[in-house]
Design a protein around this ligand. Structure first.
Ligand code: ADP
Ligand code: ASP
Ligand code: MG
Length: 465
């Protein structure tokens, strides 16, 4: 059971989580918890302030969050409260020291940053273990860094799966056998031998939950958050978006990758490898059924399950006459991206040009420089990707016409369909993406199902063919 930052935002939220865990005690849960909401942002900002030379201001900026943690300790009985109070004091002292080390600039910043940021998850996990214990639940705090073993790519480390599974089992199995409820922080790990703290990338607690679930062979991985599951669109853009009862692993992976923040993109893989279903539930309304992610989720009669979007996209248009009738050109081109460790999202090609979209633009200047000898490059930024997801989308005639007629007056840049069965992806200007998503939602989800029945029938025929 993984509880996100919004599920542990204050003392009341901690009590809600304790109730949810308590109600499932017989199922032998393992609990993974994120930092309290906004704490990771604050810790990262404090590192920036310290790096600019002001360690004292950096520590003061965290005061409001120490206060939030202290307020949670008030719901504990005196002994436990005192213990956690001391824990918070120790954290304050250690963070002060770490921030001074950042300010002194004598050591590389990324490892220090991960060390500092890990306090968010460590503290919330210790608090939650204490809140559970206070309710007679036999919780045991576990340092997640003893379970999740990663490489040393600080800020977005990659776990070594086998080592992680092995360590996770070694740490958790004895506790589970003794009837305890292990509680660990998400998002954080360590390099082999526990030498340095690492983090898995923003939103990475979902990933920890999946790794831990896979490690112990959980029956289900539950992601508890602040919405009723995966919705048909981002609720901040489409407030009346609906909960999707079930998704296939492929659909969930595409949605997460193309922007549905409710699930970290890497969460699905460990679950797929071990065939463990994932359920997304609402910690504010635990009776809701949520969204189940399974190997073979039912096909939606609407074919389209959801619309995801992601802002901050840059497209490179690469043109070269040398491409005409030549082989090896694409390899030369992609090698440049490989060299600069930059992931490409969408690729479209014509006779003499290739357009591709990137989210990570930190190396764009170097990439363009290295491409220039083989091609002309135009860079277009402030774009967004829109991704429409549904199993069997490819076999559904009429869907593309419906989608693009809805967007008649919106300029669509790159279109990609057919690479997987489950998505249709395209790029629009960032300023138009919200309007795009709203219109598509209205067209695909807010009409009468009758309207889509003929499409569904055709799709069925396509499948049997
Ligand atoms: P947590 O703190 O639990 O990890 P997140 O903020 O990371 O929560 O993710 C939940 C949020 O994801 C929701 O509050 C919602 O605003 C956003 N979101 C974006 N797209 C979707 C979607 N398709 N379905 C559900 N939530 C979405
Ligand atoms: N606390 C981390 C973050 O804010 C990890 C998470 O919430 O999943 O990114
Ligand atoms: Mg999250």
């Amino acid at each position: 059971m993984k509880f996100g930052g919004t599920s542990v935002e204050d003392a009341r939220a901690f009590v809600r989580v304790a109730r949810i865990v308590g109600a499932r005690r017989e199922e032998h849960p393992v609990v993974v918890v994120s930092a309290m909401s906004r704490v990771t942002d604050a810790l990262l900002a404090s590192v920036e302030t310290a790096a600019a030379g002001n360690a004292d201001a950096a520590l003061s900026s965290l005061e409001e969050h120490f206060e939030r943690h202290t307020l949670v300790t008030r719901i504990l009985p005196v002994g436990a409260r005192d213990e956690l109070f001391l824990e918070l004091e120790l954290a304050r002292r250690e963070l002060g020291e770490l921030l001074r080390r950042v300010a002194s600039k004598q050591e590389p910043c990324p490892p220090l940053r991960d060390e500092i940021v890990s306090y968010g998850e460590c503290l919330s996990a210790k608090l939650l273990a204490a809140v559970l214990a206070e309710r007679a639940l036999p919780a045991a705090y576990v340092d997640a860094r003893r379970c999740v073993i990663t490489d040393d790519a600080h800020g977005s480390a990659t776990p070594a799966n086998d080592a992680t599974y092995e360590h996770t089992r070694a740490e958790l199995s004895p506790l589970l056998a003794a009837g305890r409820i292990p509680v660990l922080g998400g998002y954080i790990g360590s390099t082999a031998g526990g030498r340095r703290t690492t983090t898995l990338g923003r939103g990475g607690s979902d990933y920890t939950a999946a790794l831990v679930g896979a490690g112990i062979g959980a029956r289900e991985i539950q992601i508890w958050t602040d919405v009723n599951g995966v919705l048909t669109a981002d609720p901040r853009v489409v407030p009346h978006a609906r909960t999707i009862p079930s998704l296939s692993f492929a659909e969930a992976a595409e949605l997460a990758y193309f922007g549905a923040k409710v699930l970290h993109p890497k969460t699905i893989l460990p679950a797929v490898i071990r065939g463990i279903p994932v359920r997304i539930c609402n910690s504010r309304d635990p009776e809701q059924p949520g969204t189940g992610v399974y190997f073979d989720a039912e096909m939606s009669p609407r074919t389209v399950k959801a619309i995801a979007h992601k802002k901050g996209i840059t497209v490179l248009h690469i043109t070269s006459a040398r491409m005409l009738g030549a082989f090896g050109f694409l390899r030369a081109l992609f090698e440049v991206f490989e060299r600069h460790r930059t992931i490409i999202d969408i690729v479209t090609t014509s006779e003499v040009s290739v357009s591709l979209s990137l989210e990570d633009t930190s190396k764009v200047d170097e990439i363009v420089r290295d491409l220039r000898p083989i091609a002309a490059v135009k860079v277009e930024s402030d774009l967004a990707v829109v991704c429409i997801v549904g199993e069997e989308l490819r076999y559904t005639s009429g869907i593309a016409a419906r989608i693009f007629s809805t967007l008649r007056d919106i300029n669509v840049l790159l279109i990609s369909q057919g690479a997987s069965n489950v998505n249709l992806t395209f790029v629009v200007a960032e300023r138009e993406v919200e309007e795009t998503v709203r219109r598509l939602h209205a067209s695909l989800f807010e009409c009468d199902t009758q309207d889509l029945a003929p499409l569904f029938q055709r799709r069925q025929e396509g499948v049997s063919r």
